[in-house]
Design a protein. Structure first.
Ligand SMILES: [Fe+2]
Length: 285
């Protein structure tokens, strides 16, 4: 393979890995090499730019740790995480759309009965979040475990804020025969993704901000159904059309309307308070 030039080098690399290993791995890597080479030819990548990219990726690795995943943040801010979710959701259009898991999920949140309270001592606008978990045909699904987490009024999740209890604004809840879930909580707030690392450099260099619109995180799991990881956004959030990680979908941005008097009284909420009603639809496994 000494007849390597700007054009033949792509096939030379793909041929070099044609004989061994896993077939899926080879086809994914071959496509990666083709796109990477086409990209370098298209932008006429210079040695200095190539070195800058190596430095950027090296800093991204150094910034990552057990508690900080700068590569996932890079994938999120480049839209790749959402694109992977969208591809995985093909063919499941009757089910609730997926969205980012994000870096703030913690396993083992405390169990809360359906109708329980997450507000406790938290400041913020109170409200109730309620609805049902359905299958794609609209029938209630019993025995679904919902994992629910959100940030506090100061914008922080419990695991990034020493002033919050470890499991503040987090719970798990299991649906009964009617598929219903419900809990009282506070309205989540917009926040910035971490921008003190290389991803922050990229955002600044491209004139982007680090804000995400407010959202509630949900992870739903039930026997016989595909796991669903998603987020629900208030449709009037100022960042709903400019999420730094591209997690918003039209079907996931919904009104957080004011609760009427009877609802506020039933849930022991003092106005102004919201009443978010949202039904999830799970896809069969
Ligand atoms: Fe989040």
């Amino acid at each position: 393979m000494r007849d390597v030039d700007e054009r033949t080098i792509t096939d030379a690399v793909i041929r070099a890995m044609a004989d061994g290993g896993d077939e899926r791995l080879r086809s994914v890597l071959a496509a990666l090499v083709r796109h990477l080479h086409d990209f370098a030819r298209e932008v006429e990548l210079t040695p200095a730019e190539w070195m800058a990219a190596i430095g950027f990726l090296t800093r991204t690795g150094h910034k990552s740790s057990d508690t900080r995943q700068e590569f996932i943040l890079l994938s999120d801010t480049l839209g790749l995480s959402s694109l992977v979710d969208l591809i995985a959701g093909r063919g499941g259009e009757a089910a609730t759309e997926a969205s980012n898991l994000g870096p703030f999920y913690i396993e083992g949140a405390p169990m809360l009965p359906v109708g329980g309270d997450l507000i406790r001592g938290n400041e913020g606008q109170p409200g109730v979040v309620r609805g049902r978990v359905l299958d794609e045909a609209g029938k209630p699904v019993a025995g679904v475990t919902l994992d629910i987490w959100q940030n506090a009024a100061n914008g922080f999740y419990s695991n990034e804020d020493p002033d919050q209890d470890d499991m503040n604004l987090r719970c798990r809840m299991v649906t009964g025969a009617d598929g219903a879930y419900a809990f009282t909580t506070i309205r989540p707030t917009p926040y910035t993704v971490p921008y003190d690392g290389p991803v922050g450099e990229m955002l600044r260099a491209t004139g982007r901000h680090a804000w995400r619109p407010a959202h509630l995180h949900f992870r739903l799991a039930a026997d016989g159904f595909a796991d669903l990881v998603t987020e629900i956004f208030p449709e009037d959030d100022r960042y709903v059309d400019e999420d730094a990680v591209f997690g918003v979908r039209r079907s996931l941005a919904v009104p957080f309307p004011p609760a009427d008097k009877a609802t506020a009284a039933r849930w022991k909420l003092s106005p102004p308070c919201f009443d978010l009603v949202y039904d999830f639809r799970l896809r069969r496994a």
